[in-house]
Design a protein around this ligand. Sequence first.
Ligand code: BDR
Ligand code: CA
Length: 313
Amino acid sequence: MSRRKIIIDTDPGQDDAVAILLALASPEELEVLGITCVAGNVPLPLTTRNARIICELAGQPETRVFAGCDAPLQRKLVTAEHVHGKTGLDGPVLPEPTMPLQPEHAVDFIIQTLRTAPAGSVTLCPLGPLTNIATAFQRAPDIAARVGEIVLMGGAYFEVGNITPAAEFNIYVDPEAADIVFKSGAPITVMPLDVTHKALVTQERNDAFRALGTPVGIATAEMTEFFERYDREKYGSPGAPLHDPCVTAYLLQPALFKGRHINVEIETASALTLGMTVADWWRVTDRAPNATFMGEIDANGFFTLLTERLARL
Ligand code: BDR
Ligand code: CA
């Protein structure tokens, strides 16, 4: 089987970190061409730091990590230290990274890669605000047609919002960027809160990470322990939702997820519902479908896959 070429666009974040670990643990299926960082959960200097910490934790310091946009297209950056802690990766004590950042800007890397790889052969995996991807599409309008698929974490329909009553964090932070991406014509698969709030790290699942006994297993247990407090208090959930790893898991085992191919539009004007993903789940409009919007996950299958893969690192 040929390996799927992916670019992970990310703002780590403990759940981004687990998504990256799952990809780096799966070299038979996935070729990580690069990790492009964006401002989101924490500012850019921290997301680039955290991405490199995770590559080193995985024992893969040769992974190429790029710094991208440090602010949304038109708005002031909103961050989420209240969820992820001051560093974005609070929980485990991990060494500062020594591997270098690549000299190229993330957006240039994305454009260059899509232009040089065979059309349709590269999958983009955004795990944060869509600023880097939208900037690349704006600067190089030819590349959207060359994208194989965009598999992203963002938005919500039944769960509505987490950062505001109406909006999910990644879309809310840069709604104009999300709007550009959802209108780009590239095939899009969405992992919304509707799915990720079902991927919960219960005590038993956390114990399974820790029982791996490896630096990766222990760090994963400590990371998820740290950010579960937020969802426990807010939703009364039994553990942390692994939002971003749903993207990687979909690449490895798409049958774990079920959804609908529907129209999804982004609210960019209303102050009240800014960043809402207006998903036509019930197909009540004649707007053309532009995304496969997931609604269901086999959570046990997901955690079996994740734990088994993390054991390989
Ligand atoms: C998303 O926002 C971030 O806090 C997480 O990393 C995830 O990508 C969930 O709304
Ligand atoms: Ca993220």
